[in-house]
Design a protein around this ligand. Structure first.
Ligand SMILES: Nc1ncnc2c1ncn2[C@@H]1O[C@H](COP(=O)(O)OP(=O)(O)OP(=O)(O)O)[C@@H](O)[C@H]1O
Ligand SMILES: [Mg+2]
Length: 346
């Protein structure tokens, strides 16, 4: 009752500040903004000015002339460029909060489980400077699990694996809190890099990050195709031997080969988590299976590869790209029950 009255006057927000994508959730409205975490600057007379943020800025990545710089402020799940991160947060808050100029929102942001106190303080301060009245933090795996609809408050073990752009966070939750969590520096970015080096090494072809990501989304797979080849697509890049553009065909088998190390790291992160979990909770996970969230969960056959190699049953969360933002937003609704994990202190 009081909660809903209060929310009529303020517009609490939740932000999933991701390495690849930033999402904004507004209470009562859901996820209303989802854009790449990219900021583009123009450089005039040695001074930097923001030119574009989000979708528009991503189109410029890897395609900028000398006078424009496109930056990804987040790396490995944490802020790598503070100035750019703050500009980005400011821009998105303004965009999401366009109508209610009167009140400053309370904003909750999710942070990787392994974030250091310094990193947490930096995120909190950026959000406050970007215009929040109060800034709260929640651990990303808890947000992912809430967003995926897992029964995190129950006295049973739940395992969630959030595969993002920068990191893969594996967590075991019970009774509304984290029993085990580890963040592995493997995710979509590393897969893109693996494809870039594979093409360099095996095809003498240089491609950019955007092309690598496009290949991964189009025909990416975690398992070798049964016919040893699978689907194929044409891609363009620069021939490293003579420097001119060239087009080649790349098969799913080649992509599976390129991505196998990243996939193996995800498998190992899950196995390590299972081995480090107290036996009764581990038994729950064997019964109930594992939930995948994050964009990396969409990699073709990743669920099958994980099932085969861990023996666990694997589900992909509905709306897996939105889970963390949804869960961060929903955590505000359960604020009273979640005081131990929602951290609004400075
Ligand atoms: N169909 C797909 N197949 C494979 N990968 C995909 C697919 N769709 C999206 N991705 C990858 O998912 C990643 C983005 O996922 P997500 O938005 O969950 O990351 P993030 O939250 O920004 O990162 P992090 O949580 O590490 O900070 C990108 O690397 C993107 O290439
Ligand atoms: Mg994420």
């Amino acid at each position: 009752m009081f909660g809903s009255m209060r929310n009529m006057f303020t517009s609490d927000m939740a932000i999933d500040l991701g390495t690849a994508n930033t999402l904004v959730y507004v209470q009562g409205k859901g996820v209303i903004l989802n854009e790449p975490s990219v900021v583009a600057y123009t450089i005039k007379n040695g001074k930097k000015e923001v030119l574009a943020v989000g979708e528009d800025a991503k189109l410029m990545l890897g395609r900028t002339p000398g006078s424009i710089e496109a930056i990804r402020p987040m790396r490995d799940g944490v802020i790598a460029d503070f100035v750019a991160a703050e500009e980005m947060i400011k821009h998105f808050i303004r965009k999401a909060n366009a109508r209610s100029k009167i009140s400053k929102p309370r904003i909750i942001v999710c942070v990787p489980y392994g974030a250091t106190p310094v990193e947490k303080r930096a995120i909190r301060e950026s959000v406050l400077r970007a215009g929040a009245r109060k800034a709260g933090l929640i651990a990303e795996p808890i947000a992912a699990a809430i967003g995926a609809g897992m029964p995190i408050a129950d006295p049973t073990g739940s395992m969630v694996v959030d595969i993002g752009g920068g990191t893969t966070e594996v967590a075991v939750l019970s009774l509304g809190d984290i029993v085990y969590a580890r963040s592995a520096r493997v995710g979509g970015d590393q897969m893109d890099d693996a494809l870039i080096s594979y093409l360099k090494r095996h095809q003498n072809l240089l491609v950019g990050e955007a092309t690598a990501e496009r290949i991964k989304k189009a025909i990416g797979t975690a398992k070798m195709p049964v016919d040893g080849k699978g689907k194929a697509i044409k891609i363009r890049g620069r021939d490293l031997l003579n420097g001119v553009p060239k087009e080649i065909e790349i098969t799913q088998a080649q992509v599976a080969d390129a991505l196998s190390e990243s996939v193996q790291q995800i498998v190992e992160a899950v196995m390590t988590a299972l081995e480090s979990t107290p036996p009764d909770l581990a038994a729950d996970i064997v019964d109930r299976g594992v939930m995948l969230t994050g964009g990396g969960a969409l990699l073709g056959n990743l669920d099958l590869a994980l099932r085969e190699q861990t023996g666990l049953s694997i589900s992909i969360a509905e709306d897996c790209l939105n889970c963390v933002a949804l869960g961060t937003g929903k955590s505000l609704e359960y604020e009273k029950q979640l005081t131990h994990i929602l951290d609004f202190e400075a």
